[in-house]
Design a protein around this ligand. Sequence first.
Ligand code: NAD
Length: 275
Amino acid sequence: MARVQRDGGDDSAPTTELPAVRDQDPSAVSEPVTGSVNGRKVPMATDKARAIPEAAVARLAVYLRVLSGMAEQGAVTVSSEELATAAGVNSAKLRKDLSYIGTYGTRGVGYEVDVLTSEIERVLGLTGQQKVAVVGIGNLGHALANYGGFPGRGFPVEALFDVDPDLIGIPVGGLPVNHIDDIPDICAKRKIAIGVIATPPTAAQAVCDRLVDGGVHCVLNFAPVVLQVPEHVEVRKVDLAIELQILSFHVARNAEQRASRRAAAARASSNGEVV
Ligand SMILES: NC(=O)c1ccc[n+]([C@@H]2O[C@H](COP(=O)([O-])OP(=O)(O)OC[C@H]3O[C@@H](n4cnc5c(N)ncnc54)[C@H](O)[C@@H]3O)[C@@H](O)[C@H]2O)c1
């Protein structure tokens, strides 16, 4: 089977094919084309599939989290400005992101919170549960296995694996740790959708191969190594060091911009200009 190198960064997968959506001017705010699913009004899909940038997919997940908080507080509708502000983006970007999924607010009303929530969930594939297995139950694996926030978001942790004999059979977060030899069998039986790799980098590829053998199609890789996977397997890599380096770049750039603004103000002031 053909294998490709994946590190899950934006460059490797800049767009994602969405389920069919309406093709329409992204900036338009108009009456949505709606139908009914289980008695709920939802936008209707057309036969035109459309790619969505990875960055927009990430923002959809943020909108979903914000919408869930609004729903908890009893909000029924939300304007694009309110939702954009709460999500930390501008409203034009929000409307464009939502246009990718064929969702358009109603002028003067905005979006119905429950309809928009269902639509984003559908597009992100969150309408069902995506079972998760964690491999490598060390510091990070323990934290992930014990974190209670995943099941509520549709990601129940259903299997844990390690190679350390002292850990096998020990419950972590209520689940016993299994040996990695059982990864293919258990993942296939429990229909695990997502494998999380929290092993040392040297072990990650072999672990990934076992997950793939068990039918796992999505891998979230915390180990600092690029994985080889078959074409049909999606890998996302989480690298805190890279995130810190990106933050550091922004901090340095902001400092430079402040320094050059101060220098310009000092020059203007020494020339007698009002600044
Ligand atoms: N991406 C990030 O931001 C981030 C942050 C912290 C750690 N990490 C990475 O996550 C990984 C885990 O870090 P940690 O601090 O939890 O390490 P750790 O040493 O505490 O835990 C590693 C676990 O993996 C197990 N293991 C070793 N070989 C294995 C194998 N072949 N199969 C299954 N399990 C095996 C060990 O028994 C141990 O329980 C490392 O690769 C680390 O670099 C990434």
